[in-house]
Each structure stands twice: as structure tokens, then as C-alpha cells.
Design a protein around this ligand. Structure first.
Ligand code: MSP
Length: 501
């Protein structure tokens, strides 16, 4: 089995923020889980580097565009690394291997009669790199709905057009045959009704934008940045690993993104693939926006939380966990520093950290660090976690896992192992064995279940229970720990001083 998952490629016009971290973490969780299940995975992320907006940002920074992009792209890559993202390739749209293939693709469309010349006149938001009709814009003043401080600009030019309208019936067919093409359902409905409501052809080239990939047969024009950007999902498979892996990983199983770019991914992208004779992706999952006090978190609005700062203070695991736990996957939600600290202390340090440390400390104290014979007395959750993950219900999966964390903590309180240890009854000694077995084994299984979300802590726990590296899903059930295993106390997983310090 093979599985390919992508994040959008991020614009490099300003620094990465928590919203970018969100999609990368989600992609990574899905990629890690699929690898746990023994699948071959291609997880792709990267940066989107052409277009007016980026050329302007470079200009503002007083740098040539490519130099500016090198610096900014490196920051996004650094964020991926700080997040411990396990991506297989980090693409840049300024990679010459990508640019060449973008040209080949539009040439292919032209050769297939899928591009025609026309004149475009319309209002353009350079932050979105999208044309808008007046009714989409905020009036008076033609302000962009997504960038309320920004007015769309009038652009009129001769372009190469892609006949999107012509593909509408085929797109509707795709949506009707494949009702999970876009998830959640509300986004599917939104995209489908956009198609049913009537599409317009899309201009695929720009006469006035010089920072872009030249149209092969008319190099004075550049290829529309969105065409260039969307194609990353294909070109990466052709050169990213140094060999062509499209045979294994095409079509893409899952594109992740926020709702602002649904139309491009759910309509334009499959249409251009169909027009070129390629299979469209299997599906899209559209998540919500992070907001801060109810407003979209964005560089333009200046209300961003710096992910690097969170990672530096609390660690990548803490940020990864918070992002998936705090906001219902698929919906908008507010994120705050206070919230991050609350979850760190209450859930990671208290619920999980204490469970691990007291479980292992009791095995040390009462059984000399050796796991006794026993049967795990708790109910496994791995099947329902797997079912949720198969539906990309990331928040739901994490909630199931946390249910087991809470149950295990309650189990300690109910069993009172410290009281059992004081008793000289044979039955109590047996009950203590079973209790300790249950705790160590549950902690081990939790590390397997949590590996995709908090990989660093999971690795430490598995090390402590004598199973370093055993993250495979075959180990996610309960009762798999061998009696006689030696355990040690791990370093504190989530030190509380980090919050106050
Ligand atoms: N470059 C385009 C995408 C091209 S993909 C072929 C783009 N870039 S972006 O820098 O604006 O990043 C967009 C993506 O970053 C969103 O789709 C989402 O995945 C993530 N997020 C950016 N801001 C976000 C929030 N405030 N909240 C949640 N996710 C956010 O669009």
C-alpha cells in the first residue's frame, strides 16, 4: 500500500506562523500514522515562491527575488524541521526541475488544445493572486474579502486562458461519483455548488508579472502562479527523490489545506489534470482557520503567534498536541498562549506525564523494575482510533486516545496500588501485579498511539519500557508487553518549569 499526502506550499512573502505549522503538523500526523501501518508514504510540503506578491515583498526587503526567496524558504524549512515534520520532500517552486516541468505541462495543455488566447480585464488581489468580481469584494473600495486592508487592482491584458467552463460537466461527474472527494461535507457542498452555479474560464498566464515561469512559446508572459504552484504536487513526485515515483504515489491520496484555497484545489486543479490526461487526486481535506480573539490569524492582520517561540519554550510535541487538540479539525478556532500553557500543564504534564512517571516508579518500587505477570484490565482503543484516522478525524482520534489516558489515571486511583503493596495477602499481591502490568502495558500502548502526534515523548516512553522504536500499529493494542521486561524511569517528559520559566 502506498499513500501520498500534501500540505499547501506556503507563500514566502512573510514569516511562517502558527497557521502554516497547523497544516504541516496535520500532514505529519497522517504520514506518521500511515507509516506505522506499514504503508509506503510520500509526504510533501514546501514553498510557493513566484508572483507579484512575492516580487513586491522582495522589493520591500531590497533584495533580488531569488535571494529573498532563498532566505524566506529556509525559514519555512526550519519551521518544518523544528516541528519534527517527517516530510519526504520539501519542494520550492524556484527549483529548476520544477520550473521546467511546469513549462512542459502548459505546453502539453496547449498541444491538446486546452489553452486559448483572450483578453482579461478584472479586479485582482495580489495577496490572493486571484481575480475577483466586484460582488466578491468589499464595497466601497474593492477591498479583498480575505485581506480587508487590501484593495483589488484593475488589471487588463492579453492572456492564455484555460477553458474551465468546458470541464464543469466532468467535474460534476467526479463529485457525484466520489462523494468524499472533498471533506468535510460542508466543503464538498460548497465546491460542488460553485461548479453547478457556473464557472468562468481561468487566465493561465500573466503579461505584467515578470517573477514567474515563462510561457514556453511566448516567454514575455509568465505562467499564472497558481498553475505553477498546484503543479508542485505532481512535479515533486517526478524529481523530489531523484527518481520518478509517480507510478507509486500518483494520484495524490490527500491534499490538506484551509478553506480559502478550496476552489483552486477542488475545481481548477482536477480540471487541469483531466485536461492533461492525468488522474485527479483521491481527495481533499479542508481545515478551518486559526483565529485570535475571533479574527483570522494572518500576517496582514498582525495577530500571529510565533510557532518558533512556542517550540523553544515548550517543545515541538507540546505545539503539535495543542494544535490538534484545541481546535476541532475541520472547523475554525481560537488559539492563545494561555490555551497552549493550559493544555501543556493540564494534559501533557499532569494527565500523561504523571501517568507515565508514577506507573514506572511503582514498578521500580514494588517489583524492582521488572514487569510482573498480568492481563491488561483496560479496554483497548486502537481500533476506534484507526477508524477515526481513516476518516481523517484527527481531533476525534486524539480524544479517543486521551480517553484511555484518563481511564488509566482513574484506574490507579481505584486500585490504590500503594495500599495493595502494604498488604500481606496473596490475593493483593496478585492484584498489584495485574495493576502494575496494566499500567506499564497501557503506557506502552499509549506511546504507540501517540507517536504520530508527540513523536519525541513517545520515543522516550518506549525507551523507558524497553521497546525503543516499537511504534508499529501492530503494537497499538493492549496486553502485548512481555512479563519480565525491565523498565526505567524516563526523564521528565513535560517539565512544568517550562511554563512558568
Ligand atoms: N501558496 C498558496 C498555496 C498554494 S498550494 C498549491 C497559499 N499559501 S499560504 O502561505 O497563504 O498558506 C496557505 C495555507 O497555510 C492554508 O491553506 C493553510 O493550510 C495554512 N494557513 C495559513 N493561515 C492559516 C490560519 N490562520 N489558520 C489555519 N491555517 C492557515 O495559499
Amino acid at each position: 500500500m502506498s499513500f501520498s499526502v500534501t500540505t499547501p506550499i506556503y507563500y514566502v512573502n512573510s514569516d511562517p506562523h502558527l497557521g502554516h505549522a497547523y497544516t504541516t503538523v496535520a500532514g505529519d500526523v497522517i504520514a506518521r500514522h500511515r507509516r506505522q501501518r506499514g504503508e509506503d508514504v510520500f509526504f510533501l510540503t514546501g514553498t510557493d515562491e513566484h508572483g507579484v506578491n512575492i516580487a513586491r515583498a522582495a522589493d520591500d526587503a531590497g533584495l533580488p527575488p531569488k535571494e529573498f526567496c532563498d532566505i524566506m524558504s529556509a525559514r519555512f524549512r526550519a519551521l518544518s524541521e523544528a516541528l519534527e515534520s517527517s516530510h519526504d520532500f520539501f519542494i520550492r517552486t524556484t527549483d529548476p526541475e520544477h520550473e521546467r516541468r511546469v513549462q512542459d505541462f502548459v505546453q502539453l495543455l496547449k498541444d491538446r488544445g486546452e489553452l486559448y488566447e483572450g483578453t482579461y480585464a478584472g479586479l485582482y488581489c495580489s495577496s490572493c493572486e486571484v481575480f475577483y468580481s466586484e460582488s466578491d469584494l468589499i464595497q466601497p473600495g474593492n477591498y479583498c474579502p480575505l485581506h480587508p486592508n487590501k484593495r483589488a487592482e484593475w488589471v487588463e491584458e492579453r492572456n492564455w486562458f484555460f477553458p474551465l467552463t468546458k470541464w464543469a460537466p466532468r467535474l460534476l461527474e467526479l463529485y457525484d461519483e466520489h462523494t468524499e472527494f472533498v471533506r468535510p461535507r460542508a466543503r464538498y457542498n460548497e465546491a460542488r455548488s460553485l461548479i453547478a452555479g457556473g464557472l468562468e474560464d481561468v487566465s493561465f498566464s500573466r503579461a505584467t508579472v515578470s517573477w514567474g515561469v515563462p510561457v514556453p512559446w511566448e516567454p514575455e508572459q509568465t505562467i499564472y502562479v497558481w498553475v505553477d504552484a498546484l503543479l508542485n504536487y505532481r512535479t515533486a513526485l517526478e524529481y523530489g527523490l531523484g527518481r520518478d515515483v509517480t507510478g507509486e504515489f500518483w494520484p495524490t491520496n490527500l491534499h490538506l489545506m484551509a478553506k480559502d484555497i478550496l476552489r483552486l484545489h477542488g475545481i481548477v486543479w482536477p480540471a487541469m489534470l483531466l485536461a492533461a490526461g492525468y488522474e485527479p487526486p483521491h481527495g481533499l481535506f479542508v481545515h478551518g482557520y486559526f483565529t485570535s480573539a475571533g479574527q483570522k490569524m494572518s500576517k496582514t492582520l498582525g495577530n500571529v503567534i510565533d510557532p518558533f517561540e512556542v517550540i523553544e519554550r515548550l517543545g515541538a510535541d507540546a505545539l503539535r498536541f495543542y494544535l490538534l487538540r484545541e481546535v476541532q479539525w475541520g472547523q475554525d478556532g481560537d488559539v492563545t498562549w494561555e490555551g497552549i500553557q493550559r493544555r501543556y500543564e493540564g494534559e501533557l504534564a499532569n494527565d500523561l506525564g504523571n501517568l507515565v512517571s508514577r506507573s514506572l516508579a511503582m514498578v521500580e518500587r514494588y517489583r524492582g523494575g521488572t514487569v510482573p505477570e498480568g492481563v491488561n484490565a483496560l479496554e483497548p482503543v486502537h481500533d476506534s482510533v484507526a477508524a477515526r484516522l481513516a476518516n481523517y478525524d484527527l481531533t476525534g482520534a486524539l480524544e479517543e486516545i486521551w480517553g484511555l489516558v484518563r481511564t488509566a489515571n482513574r484506574f490507579v486511583e481505584e486500585r490504590q496500588p500503594w495500599a495493595l503493596a502494604r498488604s500481606d495477602q496473596e490475593a493483593d499481591a496478585k492484584r498489584l501485579d495485574e495493576t502494575l502490568y496494566t499500567l506499564v502495558d497501557t503506557v506502552r500502548a499509549l506511546a504507540v498511539l501517540l507517536h504520530p502526534v508527540i513523536p519525541a515523548a513517545a520515543a522516550k516512553i518506549l525507551q523507558a519500557v524497553g521497546e525503543p522504536g516499537a511504534v508499529g500499529w501492530d503494537r497499538a493494542g493492549l496486553g502485548l508487553t512481555a512479563a519480565g521486561t525491565r523498565v526505567v524511569q524516563p526523564d521528565q517528559l513535560f517539565p512544568k518549569e517550562r511554563v512558568s520559566g
